[in-house]
Ligand binder design. Structure first.
Ligand SMILES: *Cc1c(COP(=O)(O)O)cnc(C)c1O
Length: 476
């Protein structure tokens, strides 16, 4: 299996070759040259597999340059009940992504039972083990540099802590994350984890990362790596739980299901698209956005009009506060018939700050063939959904999941099983839950008092020279 760039001007590479990188050299995103296909008989054979065995059945179709036994061992080490153990009452941790039935044909698919209580653990934990394996084998090291406003940074740190050959330098805006998120990250005492609190906002952190990455000589000398949302390893790992969720709520492969996905960078729902392309019987893929509704606008009109960071709203589902969806190019590449010239032309508009319209070429009319529909949610909808879910089902959901459920209900027909992806636990976004319900959400007992643990972090001005100097010191 080779991987090609959506923009068609980079050489095809193997899985291990693209694993540690980000964008393709031509600025595109990597995708497999074709999607592996599962037949009806394959699906029947996969029903009932454990999460780890299912992950191997799927990932082994995408990875052909890691020996099967090694890949199996990496997967078995990743998807363990004790790693994804923050289950709700009645859920079995061994399912890794258990479902929770709200009413007939309406389910949550719990993706946030991992160490940082957000779905990013699903892929990031695998990435940590894959990185360590590939680096060790090649005798290499990497220094991961990232910027976070919360979920990504903590998931990356918990996945990479203590890993051989890997250091993590994670920038976050000083005093701007929730107390819980700050404590999750800053209480890590591992030697290979460096938390850097930047005097500024999230965009300042991201600018520092960009400035370092744009310095090709520094990047090469200090082996700067990334684990951002365009990483193919993260996308492919997320394909697995669509299969797991499908098998959990159906009895045979003639049944179709709908998934509702709280979306920001389009990484999660892109994995659903790939599962569908591989033959998983998905009817609808519902893209749920918050007030930052560029994707909803696209699916409703065929016009993609990214807004730029100055026009990004700060909302109470902050992990979806994105106005340019970095993985969206992967879907559009498929939509335009994998025409890389067309994709390159569309993104030359996006990269120069403009929009594009897919109505004229007839591509927008094809969206229905891919099952995509969409909707958006706002602060009031979110609080209302949290309240109603508590009242009706005695279940407390987080703000992102609330966006997903709100939009799911707009498409729920009572007959087709609907799975709402639960992308974080409420404990992570305590203030909004207090606002909605008047009391704090339950927190997994193991995380009680996390705010009181000693914290390890360095405060720094928003200056790319300062972070470079810091990396030089820590790596010499
Ligand atoms: C990252 C995140 C999202 C958005 O996922 P994308 O893959 O960027 O679309 C939604 N909810 C939560 C809680 C997240 O952390």
């Amino acid at each position: 299996m080779k991987y090609i760039s959506t923009r068609g001007q980079s050489p095809a590479l193997s899985f291990s070759q693209i694993l540690l990188g980000g964008l393709a050299p031509d600025g595109g995103l990597y995708l497999p040259e074709s999607y592996p296909q599962f037949t009806d008989a394959d699906l029947t054979a996969m029903r009932g597999l454990s999460y780890a065995d299912l992950a191997f059945a799927i990932l082994s179709r995408f990875v052909d340059d890691i020996p099967a036994a090694d890949l199996k061992a990496i997967i078995d080490k990743t998807y363990r009940a004790d790693v994804y153990g923050f289950t709700r009452k009645g859920q079995n941790a061994a399912d890794i992504t258990p479902t929770l039935k709200l009413e007939d044909n309406l389910y949550l698919l719990s993706l946030s039972n991992g160490p940082t209580l957000a779905f990013k653990d699903m892929a990031m934990q695998l990435l940590g083990n894959l990185f360590e394996y590939v680096l060790t084998k090649e005798g290499k090291t990497t220094n991961i540099l990232g910027a976070t406003s919360g979920d990504t940074g903590s998931a990356a740190e918990y996945a990479m802590r203590g890993k051989k050959g890997i250091r993590v330098f994670m920038l976050s805006p000083h005093k701007k994350m929730s107390r819980f998120q700050t404590a999750q990250m800053f209480s890590l005492q591992d030697e290979n984890i460096y938390n850097i609190a930047v005097n500024g906002v999230f965009d300042d952190c991201q600018d520092m990362v960009k400035a370092v990455s744009n310095d090709a000589a520094f990047k090469a000398q200090y082996k700067i790596g990334a684990v951002n949302s365009i990483n193919w390893g993260r996308i492919v790992a997320q394909v697995v739980y669509y299969f797991k969720g499908y098998f959990a709520v159906t009895e045979n492969n003639a049944q179709k299901v709908n998934f509702s996905v709280p979306s920001g960078n389009f990484g999660n729902v892109c994995a659903g698209h790939i599962a569908r392309m591989m033959g998983l019987p998905i009817d609808k893929l519902i893209v749920a956005t918050n007030e930052n509704d560029v994707l909803d606008e696209f699916f409703k009109t065929g016009v993609y009009s990214p807004r730029g960071s100055a026009k990004t709203y700060h909302t109470s589902s902050p992990s979806m506060d994105i106005s340019k969806a970095s993985n969206f190019e992967r879907f559009v590449f498929d939509l335009v018939g994998r025409d890389s010239d067309k994709t390159r032309a569309l993104w030359s508009k996006v990269d120069s700050g403009n929009s594009f319209d897919l109505n004229a070429d007839g591509y927008y009319a094809k969206i229905a063939d891919y099952g995509f529909v969409s909707g958006s949610s706002n602060h009031e909808n979110r609080l209302q959904t949290i309240r109603e879910t508590q009242a009706k089902y005695d279940v407390v959901i987080d703000t992102h999941t609330a966006d997903g459920l709100k939009v799911a209900l707009e498409y729920f027909d009572q007959k087709t099983p609907m799975l709402v992806l639960e992308t974080a636990l409420a404990a992570k976004f305590e203030d909004s839950i207090v606002e909605a319900l008047g009391h704090a959400p339950e927190r997994p007992a193991a995380l009680n008092g996390i705010e009181a643990l000693p914290q390890k972090f360095t405060v720094m001005d928003a200056d790319s020279a300062a972070i470079k100097q810091f990396i030089v010191e820590k790596t010499s």
